[in-house]
Every structure is written in structure tokens, then in C-alpha cells.
Design a protein around this ligand. Sequence first.
Ligand SMILES: Cc1cc2nc3c(=O)[nH]c(=O)nc-3n(C[C@H](O)[C@H](O)[C@H](O)COP(=O)(O)OP(=O)(O)OC[C@H]3O[C@@H](n4cnc5c(N)ncnc54)[C@H](O)[C@@H]3O)c2cc1C
Length: 253
Amino acid sequence: MMSGYFNGTKAWITNGGIADVHVVVAAVDPELKGRGQASFIVPPKTKGLSQGQKYLKHGIRASHTAEVVLEDVRVPGRCLLGGKEKLDAKLARYREGTSSGKQPAMATFEATRPAVGAQALGVARAAYEFALDYAKERKAFGKPIIMHQAIAFKLANMITEIDAARLLIWRASWLAKNGGYKNAEGSQSKYYASEMAVKVTEDAIQILGGYGYTREYPVERWHRDAKIHTIFEGTSEIQQLVIARAISGLRVE
Ligand SMILES: Cc1cc2nc3c(=O)[nH]c(=O)nc-3n(C[C@H](O)[C@H](O)[C@H](O)COP(=O)(O)OP(=O)(O)OC[C@H]3O[C@@H](n4cnc5c(N)ncnc54)[C@H](O)[C@@H]3O)c2cc1C
């Protein structure tokens, strides 16, 4: 925000341009790179904020995603989250090198990543429960398909992976609330739950056979919805980077 105005375009914003309130993370001291940022609330109907392209998506289609365009947007000082005094003190510590704190935007992810993992977990659970019921009902070669070991083992793996993801999410959520993160547990939970949800929803389609592939049944939608969790709030590859850096103490690239 060199001139005191926000300018720029941010792609991929959930509820971008239609939300009542937008939160903008802006560079206030570019020399400090990621640490020289501050978050501002942009109140409703602020001049200069508009919606750009709206994306047509593979999944989560009920959720609006669009570009946000900022043209000479100005907000009052009271819109600075945390207040100016705190920000100045923090930036001074960064400039002096007396603070090794995390980038503020990055720090919030520690709390939000387990929540995104929980969202993926819910999608996986819906698909598993649907597939389990279906497998008990649908008969092929004289018996319910769950009596065929190939299908039963698939369901056994699905519930095991769901429970494993749930435990990682519970641990990360507890640590996010009470403190004590050691090895990027938030990233571990989000990474595992997202990849698990893609796999479990795909297995659910397989268990439903042809019906699984149609829009008559909800599992193909859950598969499309599951995929986003490996992308937003940091892709799976970025979670792997965060985890690798945490366990090694090195800047793995
Ligand atoms: C539906 C949806 C909603 C979203 N909502 C929001 C929102 O509300 N707010 C917001 O700020 N953002 C939002 N996003 C943006 C989202 O967080 C980004 O799309 C995501 O972080 C990936 O960034 P990118 O699209 O620029 O991909 P890129 O950064 O271009 O990545 C492309 C590929 O390269 C890989 N890659 C990139 N860098 C590295 C690296 N260093 N090492 C290894 N692999 C790498 C990635 O993992 C990925 O596979 C949303 C995105 C979508 C699709």
C-alpha cells in the first residue's frame, strides 16, 4: 500500500465481490516481504472494490468464487486489524531482527487448516455412509455386494482412513486452541484429510458402479467437492513443504 491506496487484483476469492465485508492483506513495508503485511477490513460498498471474473468450477458449485479488483481503494485507519500501535511495534521488531515470529497470514493457517480438514472429512464420511448402505442392499451374484471381499475391504479401508483423519484433525484442533504445535500438525491434518477424501469419494463411486457415475446419486458430486480440499487453504504440495520444513528445521524448497 505504497500510496495509501489499495490497488491490484486477487484471483480465487470465496464470496469475492459479493461478501458484505472483505479482508485485504496488503503490503505495508515491502522490504520486509511477507512479514511487512497488515490486514484491513474493507467495509461494504467501499468505492473501488469490485468483482472481476466469476469462476465456473469442477465442484463446490454452490460456493461463489471470483476475482476481487481493487482500484484506488481507501479505508479509514480504524479498519486496520489489531490497530496501528501494535502493527508499528511489530514491524519495528521485524526491522531490528528481534522477532522471529511467523508471517501473520501464515499464522492464521494453523487454526484454519484443521477446519478445512474437517470439511474434507465430512464429505468423505457422507460418501462412506452412502456407499456402506448401498453395499448392504445391492445384490450381485446372489448376495449383497458387501459380502464380496473386494467391496468389504474397500469399505474397511475407507472407515479406517476416515478415523485416522479425524484423529489428526482433533489433535491439530486441540493444539491450535491450547498451543503447543510442534511439527506442523495443522498441515498434517489438512493434507491427510484432503487426500483421503478424494480417495474415499472415488471408492464410493466404484462401490455404486454405474449409478455412482451418474448425477442421480450424490457420490459423484461429493467426489468433485472433495477435490478442492487438496487445493485451497494451501495445496497438498505446500502442506508437504510445511511439514518437511517443520521436521527438518531446514528451508526445503
Ligand atoms: C474454489 C477456490 C476458492 C478459493 N478461495 C480463496 C479465498 O477465499 N481466499 C484466497 O486468498 N484464496 C482462495 N483460493 C486460492 C487458493 O488458495 C489457491 O488456488 C491455492 O493456494 C493454489 O494457488 P494457485 O492457484 O496460484 O496455484 P499455483 O501456486 O500456481 O500452484 C500450481 C501447482 O504447483 C504446485 N506448487 C506451487 N508452488 C510449489 C512449490 N513451491 N513446491 C511444490 N509445488 C508447488 C501447487 O501445489 C500446485 O499443484 C481459492 C481457490 C479455489 C480454487
